[in-house]
Design a protein around this ligand. Structure first.
Ligand code: ZN
Ligand code: FE
Length: 254
């Protein structure tokens, strides 16, 4: 059984530390900085076997070099970002299978936020590391790809089983929640989830991880092809991708 620890980093990043006790393997996903990871590993007396990156932004790879020099870990990163991330040992591409902390993991290419962004899905553990593609009640800003690409990337993630537990790259939940409620005030499930989110943030607790099945019903960015939803929020266009673009733009200016 894989244990997943959440490490706070920078202003609102989450670094995930994965520990496989049986195989004595430890991995870290998206170390935006090295120090909090080193401290955690020292406290537990664990070695760092692998570093995994979802995309090239510095708040996700900033700790790579320091960690590599201390632990000589293996660095696993998307092949599509090979010119943007250095010292990579294992490049991964869409649909490939890779072992992370000894656990079989599917690589899902999700261009949009960056062109080479990938997410990591562990079918047996039923968990997804979504980087800056899918956030709790939100999605990443579209920096390098097109709106159409980002929409298709989210549709890919949405096709994963409802019981999937999602670990995303940032604690953006409160602001995403405000936007979700602003455009859709009459969604009882969203209202219920919002209370839980407020509660957690008031106590300074992470709102992560979250359940994908519920997310499919409350995240506006996952429902651009839901006619009733899109009609009720007045964002109907010619197609889902365009409607998604409208929601994204509304959030960018929120
Ligand atoms: Zn990013
Ligand atoms: Fe980020």
């Amino acid at each position: 059984m894989l244990k997943i620890f959440i490490i706070n980093a920078l202003s609102d990043n989450y670094i995930y530390l994965l520990r496989n006790e049986q195989k004595n393997l430890t991995s870290v996903i998206d170390p935006g900085e090295a120090e909090p990871v080193i401290k955690f590993l020292n406290d537990e007396n664990w070695h760092l076997d692998e570093i995994i990156n979802t995309h090239h932004h510095n708040d996700h790879i900033g700790g790579n070099d320091k960690l590599l020099s201390v632990y000589k870990s293996k660095l696993i990163a998307p092949s599509y970002e090979k010119n943007r991330i250095s010292n990579v040992d294992i490049f991964v591409s869409d649909n490939e299978n890779v072992n992370i902390a000894g656990v079989s993991t599917n690589v899902i290419h999700t261009p949009g936020h960056t062109l080479g962004h990938v997410c990591f899905y562990m079918p047996k553990e039923k968990c997804l590391f979504s980087g800056d593609t899918l956030f709790y009640l939100g999605c990443g800003r579209v920096f390098e790809g097109t709106i159409g690409q980002m929409w298709l990337s989210l549709v890919k993630l949405r096709s994963l089983p409802d019981e999937t537990t999602v670990y995303c790259g940032h604690e953006y939940t409160l602001s995403n929640m405000k936007f979700a409620n602003y455009i859709e005030s009459n969604n009882p499930l969203l209202n219920k989830v919002s209370l839980d989110i407020k509660n957690k943030r008031e106590k300074g607790l992470p709102t992560i991880p979250f359940n994908l099945g519920i997310e499919k019903k409350i995240n506006p960015f996952l429902r651009a092809d839901d006619d009733d939803f899109i009609q009720s929020v007045g964002l109907r266009t010619n197609n889902a991708s365009e409607s998604f673009g409208k929601i994204r733009l509304k959030k960018d200016n929120f």
